[in-house]
Design a protein around this ligand. Structure first.
Ligand SMILES: Cc1cc2nc3c(=O)[nH]c(=O)nc-3n(C[C@H](O)[C@H](O)[C@H](O)COP(=O)(O)OP(=O)(O)OC[C@H]3O[C@@H](n4cnc5c(N)ncnc54)[C@H](O)[C@@H]3O)c2cc1C
Length: 436
């Protein structure tokens, strides 16, 4: 069977690996010059590094199994994470219950309320009963407006901007519940998984294995159209020409998929139109000195123009990167926003005074290098009753499948779930075609 896969991110490559391993003739089409999509890497300080900060949790079983299967298990290290919170001009350690109890931004009653409700949510297994509530409604009702405004609202606004009030409680539940389950029963300190040498090795090893099984990978090739005849997929048209396929799997954002295939039925098109995303603009800086002691610093201050600062070299030692310190300044934006349209130099200039608020000693002289990465479909907007909006993987067009991050639920997007999507879609294709 000849299978065309659109998208060389982790979902597309996992599907291609499984299907080529089962003996099928697989061709991957990736529009960028490099594979990896959102999990792609670039070279910095002589090392490959993720364009966007990446770690995994101990509960991310699908990607952990894949890493082992690819022979990379020895490189996966579980490192102690150190979380901070920036609030009203100061940074606070935000790792355990004692940090919350010491936090001066909330009254004692509110601190207890926040702690107890977080514990309650960590034990709340049934997400279905949260589906018709927004995160804002639930949080205000359970922990009060002050706790919402100080702790959660800036983070929801930072991630979803003007759409923050629409975000479903299930998305928020996932952040608390799944994070807790990754700590294990003994509630030990959180450890995050990093593949020493970067997750790019998963991408490269998948690509190598696909090619060893006879599969082809075309980078720098944009798919322009999915060819359909008599409700049956026939092939793919790229900027390099036409190629025939029995099955096509798209692992691209919903809006792109919609523009490639006109023959989708009305209800499927409507669901695709309803799924929207926040874009991301992520500034990566190499610094002479460390900005803060934290790996992950949430910014709980709506006057700051970014949502988090992730100091990668507070998770993975800076000795791996010529003793330089690497920070990601994370931002989620709409595509038409002013900040999203800025280039790396403009964004750096804009951010400098705000980075100085985090560490008053920081100045421009510390910055040795600056990179900017953008993605238009970085974070699906998860509204209330989202389960009703999710499209089927198998479309009503014979041989045409979709597997993208909008179909991950109740969990949120992440490499683990894109690996799971790749595994699932390849099983579905094999089941539906009756070929082992
Ligand atoms: C800022 C940020 C931080 C993140 N942090 C983490 C983290 O810490 N841990 C974690 O597990 N996950 C993290 N993720 C999420 C993770 O990277 C993604 O969930 C995962 O990589 C998505 O993989 P995918 O294959 O589903 O999609 P993508 O990576 O988006 O792949 C889709 C591919 O399709 C290609 N494409 C699109 N249109 C076409 C076309 N017409 N023709 C050909 N090719 C096309 C794109 O170029 C892309 O390569 C993060 C993501 C972002 C944006």
């Amino acid at each position: 069977m000849k299978i065309g896969i659109i998208g060389g991110g982790i979902a597309g490559l996992t599907a291609a690996y499984r299907l080529s391993k089962s003996g099928h003739n697989v061709v991957v089409f990736e529009k960028d010059a490099c594979l990896g999509g959102q999990a792609g890497t670039f070279d910095i300080c002589g090392q490959p590094l993720e364009k966007y900060y990446h770690h995994i949790f101990t509960s991310d079983s699908d990607i952990i199994c894949l890493i082992d299967e690819l022979g990379l298990g020895a490189k996966l290290k579980w490192l102690e994470s150190n979380v901070g919170l920036y609030y009203q001009g100061k940074t606070y350690k935000w790792v355990d219950a004692f940090d919350l109890l010491r936090f001066p931004g909330l009254s004692l009653v509110n601190r207890f309320r926040l702690g107890l409700t977080t514990l309650q949510l960590q034990r709340h297994k049934n997400w279905h009963d949260l589906e018709n509530l927004t995160a804002q409604e639930w949080i205000i009702q359970h922990v009060g407006r002050k706790n919402y405004e100080v702790i959660w609202e800036p983070l929801l606004r930072g991630k979803f901007g003007e759409r923050a009030d629409e975000i479903g409680m299930v998305w928020f539940w996932g952040k608390i519940y799944l994070r807790f389950s990754s700590r294990g029963k003994s509630m030990q300190k959180e450890r995050l998984g990093y593949l020493m040498g970067s997750y790019g090795q998963v991408i490269n090893t998948l690509a190598q294995k696909i090619q060893e099984s006879g599969g082809k990978i075309n980078t720098g090739t944009t798919v322009k159209k999915i060819i359909v005849e008599d409700n049956q997929v026939k092939g793919i048209l790229t900027d390099r020409g036409e190629e025939l396929f029995n099955v096509v799997i798209a692992t691209i954002p919903s809006s792109s998929f919609l523009s490639l295939v006109a023959e989708l039925p009305k209800n499927y098109r409507e669901k695709l139109q309803m799924t929207t995303y926040q874009a991301t603009a992520c500034l990566v800086l190499t610094l002479k000195k460390s900005l803060s002691p934290f790996y992950w610093m949430n910014i709980s201050d709506t006057s700051m123009p970014f949502v988090a600062v992730i100091e990668h070299t507070n998770l993975v030692k800076s000795s791996n990167y010529n003793n330089k310190h690497i920070i990601y300044v994370s931002n989620y934006l709409t595509q038409d926003s002013l900040l999203y349209r800025m280039d790396a130099a403009e964004l750096l200039e804009y951010y400098l005074p705000y980075l100085q608020k985090i560490n008053p000693e920081f100045n421009r002289e510390w910055v040795e290098d600056c990179f900017l990465w953008k993605d238009e479909a970085a974070q699906p907007i998860i509204s209330t009753n989202y389960s009703q909006h999710i499209t089927e993987h198998r479309t009503s067009i014979d041989g045409l499948y979709l597997a993208n991050t909008t179909q991950i639920y109740p969990e949120d997007r992440g490499m683990n779930y894109s690996v799971r999507l790749g595994n699932k879609i390849s099983e579905l294709v094999l089941d539906n075609t009756g070929i082992e």
